[in-house]
Design a protein around this ligand. Structure first.
Ligand code: OOG
Ligand code: MG
Length: 255
C-alpha cells in the first residue's frame, strides 16, 4: 500500500528546503485522489508550523498551460500567507527550486462560496478582481510530473504577486496581456484563454475545493490559472506583465 503520510512528508520537506525530489510516479503511480490526499496531509504539516491558508489556485485552466505541461485535467492547490510576494518587490530565488512565472487573474472573496455555483453566482460573491502573476515551482526533478504527482505537490503552488484591486464588476473576460522579462516579451495572450472567462475558474475553485470539504471564505484569494505558458525565472530578472485596462504587475528576482 502506498504510504500517503510518508509521501506528504517528502513533498513538504522538498518545498520547505527548496530541494528537488524524484517523481513519486517513478516508483509507484499515484491516483489523482491519492494526490489530493497527499496534498492535504502535506499542507497540514505546513499549517502546523504556523503558515495559514489564504485561498485556492486553479491549474490547467488554459490550453496554453495544458499543452506546455502535457496534462489536460483542471487541478487546484492551496495558497498560504507565506507564498504572497510583494508587488514591485524582490523575491528570494533561494526559496525556489526552478521557478516559473505566469500571468493570472485574482479574485477576492466577499461572501462564503461552497460547492456547485454558477460563474455568475461566484462573481456575485466577489469583493474585487486584480491582475496577478503566479510563481509556480514544481518540487520534482526537471519540472516533470504526471497528474497525481503535481496534485500531491500542491499543484506547484509556491508564490504569487497581486496588482491593484478593481471593482468586482470590472470586465476581465477578454483583456489582452503581455508578460515581459528584462524588457523582452515572453508571453502574449488574453484572459479569455482562461476557460473562455476566468469567472468559470472561480466557480470551479468553489466546486473542486468543496470536494475536499473546503469552502471559500470571505477574504480568500482565488487565482484563476495561467493565461499563457509559464516562463522560467533566473536571478536578476525583472518581470512585468501589462494587463489591458488593469495596469501593470511587476517583481524582481533576487540573486
Ligand atoms: C502546475 C500548476 C498549473 C496553472 O495556472 O495552470 C498552474 C504546473 O504547471 O506546474 O498553476
Ligand atoms: Mg498558475
Amino acid at each position: 500500500m502506498t504510504d500517503l503520510v510518508k509521501l506528504a512528508e517528502i513533498a513538504d520537506t522538498a518545498a520547505l528546503t527548496a530541494k528537488a525530489m524524484p517523481q513519486f510516479s517513478d516508483t509507484q503511480a499515484l491516483s489523482v485522489a491519492e494526490g489530493y490526499a497527499v496534498q492535504a496531509l502535506s499542507m497540514q504539516r505546513r499549517y502546523a508550523r504556523g503558515d495559514r491558508r489564504i485561498g485556492i489556485k486553479m491549474g490547467f485552466t488554459s490550453r496554453a498551460k495544458q499543452l506546455q505541461m502535457g496534462l489536460s485535467d483542471m487541478i487546484w492547490g492551496r495558497l498560504t500567507e507565506s507564498m504572497r510576494e510583494e508587488e514591485g518587490g524582490t523575491i528570494d530565488f533561494g526559496r525556489y527550486v526552478h521557478p516559473r512565472v505566469e500571468p493570472e487573474i485574482a479574485y477576492l472573496i466577499r461572501d462564503r462560496l461552497a460547492g456547485n455555483v454558477t460563474p455568475l453566482e461566484a462573481m456575485n460573491a466577489v469583493a474585487g478582481v486584480a491582475p496577478a502573476m503566479e510563481i509556480i515551482d514544481s518540487r520534482y526533478d526537471n519540472f516533470k510530473f504526471d497528474l497525481g504527482d503535481v496534485v500531491a505537490d500542491n499543484s506547484s503552488s509556491s508564490g504569487f504577486v497581486i496588482g491593484d484591486w478593481f471593482a468586482p464588476d470590472t470586465d476581465v473576460r477578454n483583456l489582452g496581456l503581455v508578460m515581459s522579462i528584462n524588457g523582452r516579451a515572453v508571453a502574449v495572450g488574453s484572459t479569455a484563454a482562461i476557460l473562455g472567462n476566468p469567472a468559470r475558474a472561480l466557480a470551479a475553485a468553489a466546486r473542486m475545493a468543496a470536494s475536499a470539504g473546503e469552502v471559500l471564505h470571505p477574504g480568500d484569494i482565488v487565482l484563476a490559472g495561467g493565461a499563457t505558458a509559464a516562463a522560467a525565472l533566473a536571478p536578476g530578472d525583472h518581470v512585468e506583465t501589462q494587463f489591458q485596462t488593469l495596469g501593470t504587475v511587476t517583481f524582481n528576482v533576487g540573486g
